[in-house]
Design a protein around this ligand. Structure first.
Ligand code: ATP
Ligand code: MG
Length: 562
């Protein structure tokens, strides 16, 4: 058991419960509905629920909240399991489904009817809405509210047997149509809905509502703290009503605690909206590297450690707010700075010919894999007469403070020599620079005793005849606006048309020949990159995870200076 000081209000509640001996062992759950892929907001909930269990020596269940057959699918169940595992959490043998409890829930509903606490209502969905009243007006009782127990039992059974049309009747709790809380005005517990369920098939044509199924599932599993997002705060009295009024043979009384959901800038965070982006083809799929889904972040190259670190840093609170996506980027940058080997890759190649370097000579130069981590070792990088540098590392007519290559100027080639630009060769028709002619100074080899001269700029490069071809995909925010839904706008109006840029003529150093999907690298001066699964034997494909420019550090500095 943890004796640490509580680091948030949830731990505070748990500590108090433990001090009062309300619960012996802490038991949480992560309860996704399998109607889409998980997103980074779910990661917050996963880290919180599994994290609390771990911290208090308790348990956390994985429970699929599968009470709506029309939107759910095994594809999503499998994807969710993969994502939770990838984040580094283990539910052991505690994989549960709300649908496992359908028989029990039905039995409990029958008991509620017998106790006079539930009734079958024939009002249409529209009428139910009308009768419910508003925040300022009390609701009206349904004319069917005072049916006899016998009639209710008979109708409910016939609902189950499929005698009635979808939506023609519901089972409602008999609570209080005048309650100040709309959720307590005889909430619907069961609805008729035909559709094949991914686990129970066609066995049922009535399905329990979330507000009924969730507390029962929690109680049956012995959950002590049922942690959910703030929009369920007003449902808490109903949650407690269900726990108190259904006849369970368990002693545990789960407690619902709400926290603020994660909102991230420049993206949307709801499975429904993310599905829209997929189905309407705005992205290539749920795992498009621009998506805020766990599978998208994984494909992009995010590490599970960086996502867990992010969830740690944002913490949990009681009021909604928006987190800058730059913080997420900052977390992966910090993680990869430690772990990613450095390599050289030229994204927009410009050929450089070193005129005084022998034509058939090749030198294998020693290059460190991570300057901050000597234990990560070194590799050999081939150097030869023809190399590529970045097109924007050369300017014919450079502005002040341009310390890269320009006519008659010198730069250092990383791990190699100082070169000097002697001549520029242009396409006769277009005037475009097609090649730069240089000379090198043999005395300036990196690491050699004669290397004493210093120059201002150092460029990355690759040897032309040794380089591998690669495609590199650069990403920008999926939405141009920080909050794409501000002022009730249609979020799709703010899709960023430039969120994906594909560079197909990139050249990377030959050590990357053995790179496999999922491997991550720092391309010197260009950012962190991950090998995409689209990679084939003769075509390397990389995703840029993040550039090296840390906008979060800037934001923080600005805040500190205020
Ligand atoms: P969505 O609107 O994206 O479908 P949801 O809440 O309906 O979200 P569920 O599958 O029901 O999705 O969520 C599983 C768990 O994850 C719930 O406990 C929910 O509160 C939590 N969760 C969902 N979105 C977020 C978020 N943005 N931040 C934190 N927790 C979240
Ligand atoms: Mg949902």
């Amino acid at each position: 058991m943890s004796e640490n000081k509580p680091s948030n209000f949830i731990e505070h509640i748990i500590n108090a419960d433990l001090a009062e001996k309300k619960y012996e062992k802490i038991h949480t759950r992560f309860p996704p509905e399998p109607n889409g892929y998980l997103h980074i907001g779910h990661a917050k909930s996963i880290c919180l629920n599994f994290g609390i269990a771990e911290q208090y020596g308790g348990l956390c269940n994985l429970r699929f909240d599968d009470t709506n057959p029309s939107k759910e699918d095994v594809e999503y169940v499998e994807a969710i399991k993969e994502d939770v595992r990838w984040l580094g959490f283990d539910w052991e043998d505690r994989e549960y489904y709300a649908s496992d409890y359908f028989d029990k829930m039905y039995e409990l509903a029958v008991q509620l009817i017998k106790d006079g606490k539930a009734y079958v209502d024939d009002l249409s969905p529209e009428e139910i809405r009308e009768y419910r009243g508003t925040l300022t007006e009390p609701g009206k009782e349904s004319p069917y509210r005072n049916r006899s127990v016998e009639e209710n039992l008979d109708l409910f059974e016939r609902m189950k047997n499929g005698e009635f049309e979808d939506g023609s009747r519901v089972l409602r709790a008999k609570i209080d149509m005048r309650s100040g809380n709309l959720n307590m005005r005889d909430p619907v517990l069961y609805r008729i809905q035909r559709g094949t369920h991914h686990r129970t098939g066609d066995k049922w044509c009535i399905y329990p509502m979330y507000d009924f199924a969730h507390p029962i599932s929690d109680a049956l599993e012995g959950i002590t703290h049922s942690i959910c997002t703030l929009e369920f705060e007003d449902h808490r009295p109903l949650y407690n009503w269900v726990v108190e009024n259904v006849k369970l043979d368990t002693e545990t009384r789960p407690k619902q605690i709400e926290f603020a959901r994660l909102n991230l800038s420049h993206t949307v965070m709801s499975k429904r909206k993310l599905r829209q982006l997929v189905e309407e083809g705005h992205v290539s799929g749920w795992d498009d590297p621009r998506m805020p889904t766990i599978s998208g972040l994984r494909r992009r190259g995010y590490t599970p450690e960086s996502i867990r670190d992010f969830c740690d840093r944002i913490g949990v609170a009681k009021s909604n707010s928006m987190v800058d996506i730059a913080l997420l980027e900052h977390c992966v940058r910090e993680d990869l700075n430690e772990r990613a080997p450095r390599v050289m890759a030229v994204l927009n190649p410009l050929k450089v010919v070193i005129e005084n370097y022998p034509e058939d000579r090749v030198e294998y130069l020693e290059a460190e894999n991570n300057p901050g981590k000597p234990e990560m070792g070194t590799r050999k990088v081939p150097f030869s007469r023809e190399i590529y540098i970045e097109r924007d590392d050369f300017q014919e007519d450079p502005p002040k403070k341009f310390f890269r290559l320009a006519p008659c100027r010198e730069v250092r080639l990383k791990h190699a020599y100082i070169i000097k630009c002697e001549k520029v060769i242009k396409d006769e028709k277009t005037g475009e620079i097609v090649e730069v002619r240089c000379t090198y100074d043999p005395e300036t080899k990196s690491g050699s005793a004669t290397n004493v001269r210093k120059v201002k700029g150092t460029l990355h490069w690759v040897s032309a005849k040794h380089a591998l071809d690669a495609e590199v995909r650069l990403y920008d925010h999926l939405f141009t606006k920080e909050n794409p839904e501000e002022d009730g706008a249609d979020f799709k109006d703010h899709l960023n048309p430039n969120s994906l840029q594909v560079l197909t003529a990139c050249k990377v150093e030959p050590s990357l020949a053995s790179a496999e999907p999922g491997n991550r690298y720092q391309f010197l001066r260009k950012g962190y990159f991950c090998v995409d699964p689209d990679t084939t034997g003769d075509r390397l494909v990389f995703n840029r995870i993040v550039s090296l420019k840390d906008t979060w550090a800037k934001i923080q500095k600005k805040q500190q200076n205020k």
